[in-house]
Design a protein around this ligand. Structure first.
Ligand SMILES: [Zn+2]
Length: 186
């Protein structure tokens, strides 16, 4: 059984890592010893930076006041710093959205934050593909383009290796399990 731990602070995240969790979601300000242990044991960090951007941008819808919005923006900065440190420490990172249900369609914005935090575009893409599959224990079915795996493919206009934004606003074609489900190439 895979164990994912939702934690916003460093203390609970540290305890979860010591207790053998498979992934830590959200947490900021992780201490160096915890990052080192995550890298050593292959425990994933799922930063979910963008969901707080989404809450702040839609503050009226969620009923957040100015103070709450300020706190959300401040949290994003700490989240970004923690991604930067985790990435440098060699912690495996997977892309997650926190499943804010009205946010679907904006999830890949997370990858732009990862590039801001120091990943190359190809490293950012791996968080949403190969790494996500590994975290789920589904690396033999998902996450890489290899014969025998699910043909889940996305075609974008432009080169995501030089401009990560094309996976956010230039998706033109989607194949799911071998069937084309989106075609905007015409
Ligand atoms: Zn959560």
């Amino acid at each position: 059984v895979k164990l994912a731990v939702h934690s916003y602070g460093p203390g609970a995240a540290r305890d979860a890592v010591r207790a053998g969790a498979d992934s830590i979601e959200h947490a900021v300000d992780l201490d160096d010893a915890t990052l080192t242990e995550m890298a050593k044991k292959g425990i994933f960090y799922v930063p979910t930076v963008d969901h707080n951007r989404y809450y702040a941008d839609n503050a009226t819808f969620f009923g957040y006041d100015d103070t709450a919005v300020k706190n959300l923006r401040a949290y994003i900065e700490r989240n970004l710093q923690t991604v930067r440190r985790a990435h440098k420490a060699g912690v495996p990172i997977a892309m997650g959205s926190d499943a804010v249900f009205t946010m679907f369609g904006e999830n890949t914005r997370e990858l732009e934050w990862f590039v801001k935090a120091g990943m190359t575009p190809v490293e950012a893409l791996a968080t949403a593909t190969r790494n996500g599959a590994r975290l789920l224990g589904k690396e033999n079915d998902l996450g890489t383009v290899v014969p025998g795996r699910y043909a889940d493919l996305v075609a974008v206009e432009g080169d995501p290796l030089t401009d990560i934004r094309v996976v956010i606003d230039k998706v033109r074609w989607v194949m799911k399990s071998g069937s084309v489900v989106v075609d905007r190439t015409q």
